[in-house]
Write a protein that binds this ligand. Structure first.
Ligand SMILES: Nc1ncnc2c1ncn2[C@@H]1O[C@H](COP(=O)(O)OP(=O)(O)OP(=O)(O)O)[C@@H](O)[C@H]1O
Ligand SMILES: [Mg+2]
Length: 321
């Protein structure tokens, strides 16, 4: 039986700006199965980040259904949404979003403190996060203000004494991304690729249902991007971790086994297959949109749906502070 991690139906999100409406998401139906490795591409302003923010429970759709790991999350209030987010989602951002003065090991421990410590698969060794609300509780580490970071980190260090299990898990995650010899390094003492690997370890440490990455290789040179992709591919293949990421780069997208192309807030086209092995199939978009007839053999972007609108405005929001 197919095991869906993400099931959305007709997601919509509209922004009103200066009296006009922007349909950032205009009916997106998407099914992601456990163990999928999926790339989302599309022009600037096509709704990729908006979709990612909703899938990541950082934002809510105006309309439509969303089941995350079987739970209906479309209409939850902020607290419940934050709780689900901490438990089920690991984020990786283009700008790494690491705390400046904190060692790699402590960065990776943070999501455990902020409510992600009680994973479902293995019993938690301790649950200090449940005993009193930590500073910044309910927020992802990258959403914390400077003051919250400092207070939270101090609190984290205190809690560490009682939570040896967390330290082991953080170590394990850093080993999984190949940073066993960089655990006490702060971000300024790490290369860009290493910083992004810390971010991946931080995303991994809670055993999330899915890792979401918005342009994870966007700030890396091509060789480092290649290494990072190899890491994500390995985590997906060896551990069966579901990974969904946004990329502008076709060659990066083609390392996955499924490419979703967005245009004007909709899924315009989808490709599935073992691209590395040279085999793929082009299927129509979901939600009753017409299938694209275009060939994918030339590796070109497929043409947009008939009647596509004029150029979309440049993006104006970013998840990260
Ligand atoms: N908070 C907001 N308020 C108003 N409009 C917004 C907001 N966030 C996004 N938009 C608009 O919604 C549309 C989709 O934006 P989104 O950030 O999802 O695009 P994107 O595909 O991620 O683009 P990029 O590739 O540039 O990151 C854009 O037209 C953008 O200007
Ligand atoms: Mg974006």
């Amino acid at each position: 039986m197919r095991d869906s991690v993400i099931e959305t139906s007709d997601l919509r999100k509209t922004y009103v700006m200066g009296g006009s409406e922007i349909h950032a998401l205009d009916g997106v139906s998407l099914n992601v199965e456990r163990g999928d490795l999926l790339a989302i591409t599309g022009p600037s302003g096509s709704g990729k980040s908006t979709l990612m923010n909703i899938l990541g429970c950082l934002d809510r759709p105006d309309d439509g259904d969303y089941l995350l790991d079987g739970e209906d999350v479309a209409t939850l209030d902020d607290n419940r949404l934050a709780e689900i987010r901490n438990r089920k989602i690991g984020f990786v951002f283009q700008s790494f979003n690491l705390l400046p003065r904190v060692s790699a090991l402590e960065q990776v421990e943070l999501p455990l403190l902020y409510g992600g410590g009680n994973r479902q698969k293995r019993p938690a060794k301790s649950a200090p996060a449940a005993a009193g609300a930590p500073v910044g509780a309910g927020k992802a580490p990258n959403e914390l203000s400077d003051a919250e970071q400092r207070a939270g980190v101090a609190r984290d260090l205190m809690l560490q004494k009682g939570g040896a299990g967390w330290r082991d898990r953080a170590r394990e995650a850093l080993i999984a991304v190949g940073l066993e010899d960089r655990m006490s390094h702060k971000p300024t003492e790490l290369s860009g690729g290493q910083q992004q690997r810390v971010a991946i370890a931080r995303a991994l440490v809670t055993d999330p249902a899915i890792i979401l990455a918005d342009e994870p290789t966007g700030n890396l040179d091509s060789r480092t991007s290649e290494e990072l992709m190899a890491l994500l591919l390995r985590l997906n293949a060896d551990r069966g971790i579901t990974v969904l990421f946004i990329t502008h780069e076709e060659e990066i997208a083609r390392r996955t086994n499924r490419i979703i192309r967005m245009r004007d807030g909709r899924i315009a086209d989808e490709e599935r297959g073992d691209f590395a092995g040279g085999e793929s199939s082009n299927s129509g978009a979901e939600a009753g949109q017409a299938p694209s007839e275009s060939s994918i053999d030339d590796g070109e972007e497929t043409p947009s749906q008939a009647g596509s609108s004029p150029a979309t405005p440049a993006r104006s929001s970013e998840v990260a502070p």
